[in-house]
Design a protein around this ligand. Structure first.
Ligand code: THG
Length: 517
């Protein structure tokens, strides 16, 4: 009772009765240690797979998912075609943006569903947390309810009406929120801007929303419209003294001016000196990013990392972000430069999938990424396989199944992909497959190898049962196994082969086929 768990549940292998029994046993038990647990509040943003801490260094919020003034992006987004937008997301991710601002321009061209789709697609295309830069309350809520992370909500003004509409959404769905330092009008007095923010923070506090949930936008307008940037600098200073995080829309400043980069960069440097902690900005503008690097060094004495793009493998990146058209184009280019389908399948696509596996093992990416990459690669492998038929490239036929009782077949799917990439003809009959069905399919398809996956301690015995059924049916087929609860000793005991992971499975299948020849 001292571990301090606050929630107890069961994973696959449990059933409602089991959970009921646990619940009955725990009735009246208070999570004593959990109640004593100290929590720290941090200004964290998160996507499905990554976290950004706004208190650590300067936050670069990429501004370019914004169709205003960009015809191609605008038209494609309105048509629900996300390719151009996703390209922009990956580009900004490469450049070192920590967060991506998502703005739809004129919002009447978008439905709640299309906004949901856009946020899901973006979350897959780049690991960075997203900023929901949406005006319409309905579209904002659609995005917040769909987004699988802790987003930055951009934004609310500090008047009662905006706050009473938007703070409850923040409370309900989670996230951080940008507060524009204004009520219904923008004051020219920095202390009045701060006052508006303080009022909003009090309002939020009453709803149980703490100050660490907010970032202040001290408001940058265009110089061309007679805007005095010093008011903003002073507002940043006041906020910073109060320990508030701040962010500005940097490029607003130079709208319609010559040498925009120079103007933006100069202001950024001044604003950082005043304590600015982040900016919605163009992470691809070298003048601005170099200045950011320099200003951060002068301010903190530390080198800012991450604002210079890290080179990544374009095929791996396209696979990880689910860009099947890009993958197709890269594969076509290989084919037209003379590589054979099997070479492209093994040495190019298969190689890239192995690197994806390597990233997973190095904990740089997570399981959903692998699955997504596999999903992207599958049809391309199929296409390459179809081109190979008849050229004698096939190394052998493998029947794959996850045994009865196991309802997860993530691992088996990866093995299928890797074996296909390795030139095997793979027949995948799915998950939770009863022994009789495996025997029936083995009879039908006459595979050289049957691969069985078992994940749980409660299902691992099925591997032995299936192997026996296959023998009883008189089928002379080699059985190999894998999965979370299988291991080499068990496999030995069952008289079947064993592989630890997908590349091990490929090596094993190749060895078995070489022996058979
Ligand atoms: N505060 C908050 N959110 C904001 C803003 C702000 N969101 C939107 C905007 N302002 C910040 N984003 C941008 C994005 C692009 C530009 C300016 C601000 C911009 N774009 C070029 C143009 O329109 O001329 C086009 C750039 C290109 O061609 O690449 O200037 O203040 N909270």
């Amino acid at each position: 009772m001292e571990a301090g768990a606050s929630l107890i549940g069961g994973c696959c292998g449990t059933n409602p009765e089991y959970i009921r029994t646990i619940a009955a046993m725990l009735r009246g038990v208070a999570p004593a240690s959990a109640r004593r647990r100290e929590t720290t509040r941090r200004p964290l943003l998160a996507s499905r797979t990554s976290v950004h801490d706004m208190s650590k260094g300067f936050s670069v919020i990429g501004e370019r998912i914004n169709p205003t003034g960009k015809k191609l992006l605008r038209e494609s987004m309105r048509a629900g075609e996300w390719g151009v937008m996703l390209d922009e997301a990956s580009a900004q991710a490469r450049e070192g943006s920590h967060v991506l601002d998502v703005n739809f321009g004129v919002e009447k061209f978008f439905s709640e569903q299309s906004v949901r789709d856009a946020f899901i697609a973006l979350d897959r295309a780049a690991p960075q947390p997203l900023s929901i830069d949406v005006q319409s309350l309905d579209l904002m809520e659609a995005a917040m309810s769909e987004y699988p992370g802790r987003p930055l909500i951009n934004s609310s003004a500090c008047d009662e009406k905006s706050l009473s509409q938007k703070l409850p959404l923040l409370k309900k769905y989670g996230g951080m929120m940008i507060l524009l330092a204004m009520k219904s009008d923008i004051s020219n007095d920095p202390s009045e801007r701060l006052e508006a923010v303080e009022g909003a923070l009090d309002h939020a506090e009453r709803l149980g929303l703490t100050r660490d949930r907010f970032v202040v936008d001290p408001l940058v307008l265009s110089l061309g419209a007679g805007f005095d940037h010093r008011i903003t600098l002073e507002t940043i200073r006041l906020c910073s003294e109060k320990g508030l995080y701040t962010t500005v829309g940097l490029s607003n400043l130079s709208h319609g001016m010559p040498n925009r980069s120079g103007i933006n960069a100069a202001f950024l440097s001044m604003a950082m000196d005043a304590g600015l902690s982040g900016a919605i900005m163009n992470s691809g503008d070298n003048v601005v990013t170099q200045t950011l690097f320099g200003a951060a060094l002068l301010k903190t004495g530390k080198l800012e990392d991450g604002v210079t793009g890290e080179e990544t493998d374009p095929l791996v990146e396209a696979l990880l972000s689910g860009r099947s058209k890009v993958v197709d184009a890269m594969v076509d280019e290989k084919l037209s430069s003379g590589a054979s389908p099997i070479e492209v399948s093994q040495d190019f696509l298969g190689e890239a999938m192995e690197r994806v596996g390597g990233l997973y093992e190095a904990k740089k990416i997570f399981l959903p990424h692998i699955l997504f990459a596999a999903e992207t690669a599958f049809p391309v492998f199929d296409r390459l396989n179809a081109m190979m038929t008849g050229d004698g490239a096939c190394r052998g036929r493998v029947l794959l199944a996850t045994v009865e009782g196991d309802i997860h077949d993530i691992g088996k799917n990866i093995v299928a992909t890797v074996l296909r990439a390795g030139g095997f003809d793979v027949i995948d009959i799915g998950k939770n497959v009863p022994a009789e069905k495996i025997v029936k399919c083995a009879r039908e398809h006459a595979p050289d190898i049957v691969g069985l996956s078992a994940m749980m301690t409660t299902t691992v015995g099925r591997v032995s049962e299936v192997a026996e059924s296959l023998r009883d049916a008189g089928l002379k087929v080699t059985v190999i196994s894998g999965g979370a609860s299988m291991n080499a000793e068990l496999a030995d005991m069952y008289g079947v082969g064993y592989a630890d992971n997908s590349s091990g499975a490929l090596t094993l299948c190749k060895e078995l086929m070489d022996k058979a020849c």
